[in-house]
Design a binder for this molecule. Sequence first.
Ligand code: KG4
Ligand code: ZN
Length: 348
Amino acid sequence: MKILGIETSCDETAASIIKGEKNDSKVKVLKSSIATSLSLHSKTGGIIPEIAARQQIKYILPVIENVLESEKNIDAIAVTMGPGLVGSLIVGIETAKTFSLLLKKPIIPVNHLMGHIYANFISDPSNNPNKEIQFPAIVLIASGGHTELLLMEKHGKIKWIGGTRDDAAGEAFDKIARLLGLSYPGGPVIEETAKKGNPDVFRLPRPMIGSGDFDFSFSGLKTAVLKEINIIKTKLQSKSENLSKEVIANLCASVEQSVIDVLVNKTFKAAQKYKVKSILLSGGVTSNKNLREQFKLEMENLKSEIGLFVPPPYLCTDNASMIASAAFFNFNPIPFEKITVKPDLYFK
Ligand code: KG4
Ligand code: ZN
């Protein structure tokens, strides 16, 4: 079976065709195309929904044309219905409905967060290829809008066990980057800047690390960074003087380490509590190199038999292959007239 995936929840416009057969444990990507309006948002320090939606309209047909060019025969269409920006989502949903009607193919609406999880079910040589994903599994989703821990018992049976009470991990990176005068999105810039920094110069909090549950809170981290910036600024000669490159690098390294410590700690606690066989990482934040390495390290330290799975970075951030993958493993077509956007879609 071949599925055309369409993803337009935020600032990426993506189409992909995946292939999977009955009883396959992973799907293959046949063709993928992605356009992004990121450069427009980096100038404004964040996403302006109206601009993102207009760019979706500009890119949606070219990316679909790109993938259909070489793979004409598809069996179904998968599209993100939410969560996300309403204007961006509408572009993908309405385009998917039109293609479904014209090509007479079933359409499967997909929860974007499920999509992130299902990036783990796409075959890629870098994602623990010698080990099969076994259930039950603990899933960490760390993206721009979400930080969630889930217990996945099997395909289609996923239980939410905890999540952020305020800012998501990615959101914290984005907001802190802004405080430090760095560009949007914050995660990749903080990762890059942190390479020159020392994470031990500033001792930032590890929010809720010992809370005993699986919830997160990252907004305090932003406040802690602001406090450090204010202390440093009082020591500067004049108010207009900028923070030094060294201070910014040290702050970035501390922020990155704080987020990683919390995510690693809580994910492993959940894995131990639920006695799982696999840990699946997903979402844009898990494309962070240090995070990926420190998860592996913790696995080695604990001499754990649990399988650790993390998609390659290009499948951690938003893409359409993960949407098609989610639809393949949860094949549930809906009459197109019943499909609407769900900007606030969640798990609970
Ligand atoms: O999953 P994603 O692409 O989109 C959402 O569904 O939100 O995640 C985007 C988030 C942004 O907040 C971005 O700053 C963060 O992922 N991110 C990173 C890295 N790359 C993207 N955070 C840390 N390190 C990275 N390398
Ligand atoms: Zn996403």
